[in-house]
Each structure stands twice: as C-alpha cells, then as structure tokens.
Design a protein around this ligand. Structure first.
Ligand SMILES: C[S@@+](CC[C@H](N)C(=O)[O-])C[C@H]1O[C@@H](n2cnc3c(N)ncnc32)[C@H](O)[C@@H]1O
Length: 266
C-alpha cells in the first residue's frame, strides 16, 4: 500500500477525525450543500459496475451508504425501492439531509464503529472512505463484516496505486534535507491485488475488483507529468479522447471492489 501525505499540520487542538469532519462539511458547503435535487447515479462508473450485483438485493432490502456525503446515493436508491440508511461523519450535512428528506434515514457516525446491530444490512456501499485511516483498512472492513447479513454485499472504492504512481514513486526526487514543511497522513493507495487481499483477510469472498475513473486518472497525469492546467479545455478534451485507449491498470484513479460476506461462517 502506498501512503499519500498532505503538506501542512493539524491545528494543535484538532483531532484527525475532527479535521475530516471539518474538511468535508466545508467542501459540501462550498458546493452549495445538499438539496432536494440529487444527482442521478445511474450514469456513474460505480453504478455501472455494481448494477448486476445490486439487482440480486431483494426489493425493500436494507442498504447502507457509509460516507454518504450530499446523499445522492441514498435518495436515488430509495427511489428504486430499497430501504437505505445514509451515514456520515459530517453532522451539519446529515442534519440538512434529515430536514430535506424526513422519510429517509440519515445518521451521524463513524464507519469504524457504526453502532448498528450485527447482520443488519443486505448491502453496504462506500465510495472513497475506507482508505483514510493510517491504521489501515481493517477497522472499516471488520465493521462492514459485522453489520452485513450473511451473504450480504460490500461495494467499496479506494484510490488506485496504478502503474503511473508506481513509476512516480520509483523516480521521485528525494526530499530536501532542510525542509520546514510538516506532512500528515492523507490516504492509502492500493493495487488491485492489495485491495482483494485486505477484503479476503477480513473474511469476505471477493467477487471482482475493477479500475474506474480512467478519465480522472488521465486528467491528473496530464496535469502532473505534462504541466497542463486542469481548467484548460484542451486538458479536459484530451482526457476524454485518451481515456478509452489507456489500460485501467496504468491510469485508473480508483479501484472498485465487490465482495460478499460468506452465507455461513461454518
Ligand atoms: C469521498 S466523499 C464520498 C461522498 C459520497 N459517497 C459520494 O459518492 O458522493 C467521503 C464522505 O465520507 C465522509 N466520511 C469520512 N470519514 C468518515 C468516517 N470515518 N465515517 C463516516 N463518514 C466519513 C465524509 O464526511 C464525506 O462526506
């Protein structure tokens, strides 16, 4: 697993979990905060990968979105007939979601210790959250295993440690000796095999691991390796044209894993 760090230091009186809550609350506010007009999920990369598995979840089946952000997935999945619970660390965002959608269930909490009973959910999805703990993914995976019903499905995405990152790591310049920058842990990047291994270690049967968000990966490469600004139309255009031709293992920004808690633990 490859560690990404952020340059900067936490305010002295702020824990890392308080920092994450503040970071996301501010980010969602910057984007206008939750509204009743949620974004459709059916054209998203994640939906295309999980749709065949999701169709095996019975109508009315209970689904958890761990780190639900502005609530797009819970609201849209509820429209498809599932019972959905959205969980997020950001108290302000969750309060707003409860105000907007009083018929749905949004709760504040930490995916490493949700407080739900054992064997509660038929499926659990979480996009870009399991990688954010320096102690690794196991606390999140253990909790997912506990709260899923036997046979329940887990869908997670994490940042890809793709070939581009491996090459950048290999040829990275060594840090200068006299730096005053303080770096703090930001996230883990995983290879496909590492993600499968983490899930297997946590007791899951891995159904598939797929590279997703190739265009985002190409965009980042054009920016970091070729110096093209993100906002230029030519950068965006090139990313659209190139993405279909570049192998996922080289460039995909994220990996999405589908795993199942065994139907019986005997
Ligand atoms: C990458 S965003 C994903 C948002 C949403 N699922 C989506 O796909 O648009 C991560 C979200 O996870 C939440 N989060 C981060 N750490 C968390 C934790 N330990 N427990 C619960 N939610 C967390 C953040 O507040 C943020 O809303």
């Amino acid at each position: 697993m490859r560690k990404d760090v952020m340059v900067g230091d936490l305010p002295a009186d702020e824990t890392s979990i308080a920092f994450v809550e503040r970071y996301w609350t501010d980010k969602w506010k910057e984007m206008g905060g939750p509204t009743r007009a949620t974004k459709s999920i059916t054209r998203k990369n994640e939906y295309k990968v999980i749709a065949p598995y999701l169709s095996s979840v019975p109508a009315g089946g209970h689904i958890l979105d761990g780190g639900c952000g502005m609530g797009d997935w819970p609201v849209e999945l509820a429209k498809q007939g599932y019972k959905v619970t959205g969980l997020d660390l950001s108290r302000e965002t969750v309060a707003k979601l409860n105000e907007l959608f009083p018929d749905l269930e949004f709760v504040t909490g930490d995916i490493r210790g949700t407080g739900f009973a054992d064997d509660t959910f038929d499926a659990y999805l979480s996009w870009g959250v399991f990688e954010h703990f320096e102690e690794g993914l196991q606390p999140c995976i253990r909790e997912a295993w506990r709260i899923l019903k036997p046979g329940g499905l887990l869908f997670i995405s994490v940042p890809a440690d793709n070939l581009r990152h491996a090459l950048r790591g290999t040829f990275a310049r060594l840090p200068r000796r006299h730096t005053t920058d303080v770096s703090q842990f930001y996230q883990w990047r995983l290879t496909r095999a590492e993600l499968a291994r983490e899930l297997t270690f946590g007791g899951f049967d891995v159904e598939t691991v797929k590279p997703i968000h190739k265009r985002q990966g190409v965009l980042r490469s054009l920016h970091h390796e070729f110096g093209l600004p993100y906002e230029w139309l030519v950068t965006k255009g090139l990313s659209v044209v190139l993405a279909p031709f570049v192998p996922g293992g080289l460039i995909a920004h994220m990996y999405l894993a589908v795993a199942r808690k065994p139907a019986s633990d005997t």
